[in-house]
Design a protein around this ligand. Structure first.
Ligand code: G3P
Length: 219
């Protein structure tokens, strides 16, 4: 499973990218607003040190506006992936943009039928928002499992990658991998928390304490 960083905070993305474990980045208008920075400059800077797909979301809601914005955003860097919402205009824009050779991430997906339409529209990625489904008492992972099963029924025609979004916990990351998702886009704090376990910390402290008692050094 690929790991994308779900953020527009340059410093956080850069720190995580330096681990070599980051395969891409997703942004959205809310994350850009939170960063307080210029949209185009932020995407350009992220693309300067992340080679994988970097999602930049259009803000028009009509197909012509989405396509025009998509073309402008795609000019920033070749790894820019255009995010469009799961609406009929978004699906039409998805077809036009992908036919032009640019990756598209169809976002704000909340059920399997939406994901089926996005795949038929040629989406590179589909972004089901599992955290927001959980927020209303549904099980976001059920949707991931349904999408995976549907896409796997048509391997020759549906090539869209499942990009699990709205991830809120390490458990979401594990469940996404168990469900066979292609990508998890993970907030920086959740990504950092993936390494944490109290027994790891306790075990390392014990190893270092015992090593110190030997009086030896390796170098
Ligand atoms: O990539 C989509 C993600 O940023 C949405 O997360 O927590 O606002 O549902 P959230």
């Amino acid at each position: 499973m690929k790991f994308f960083v779900d953020s527009a905070e340059i410093d956080e993305i850069r720190e995580l990218a330096e681990t070599g474990l980051v395969d891409g980045v997703t942004t959205n208008p809310s994350l850009i607003a939170k960063s307080g920075r210029d949209f185009t400059e932020t995407i350009k800077e992220i693309c300067s040190f992340v080679d994988g797909p970097v999602s930049a979301e259009v803000t028009s809601t009509d197909v012509d506006g989405m396509v025009e914005e998509g073309r402008k955003l795609a000019d920033i860097a070749e790894n820019v992936t255009i995010k469009v919402p799961l609406t009929w205009d978004g699906l039409k824009a998805c077809r036009a943009i992908t036919q032009g050779g640019t990756m598209v991430n169809v976002t704000l997906c909340f059920n399997a039928n939406q994901a089926l339409l996005a795949a038929k529209a040629g989406a590179t990625f589909i972004s089901p928002f599992i955290g927001r489904l959980d927020d209303i008492g549904l099980d976001g992972m059920d949707v991931i499992q349904e999408i995976r099963a549907i896409y796997d029924n048509y391997p020759d025609t549906l090539e869209t990658e499942i990009l699990v979004a709205s991830i809120r916990s390490p458990n979401h990351v594990k469940l996404s991998a168990l469900a066979g998702a292609d990508v998890a886009t993970v907030p920086p704090k959740v990504l950092r928390d993936l390494t944490k376990h109290p027994l790891t910390d306790k075990g390392l402290d014990a190893f270092l304490k015992d090593w110190k008692s030997t009086g030896q050094t390796i170098l």
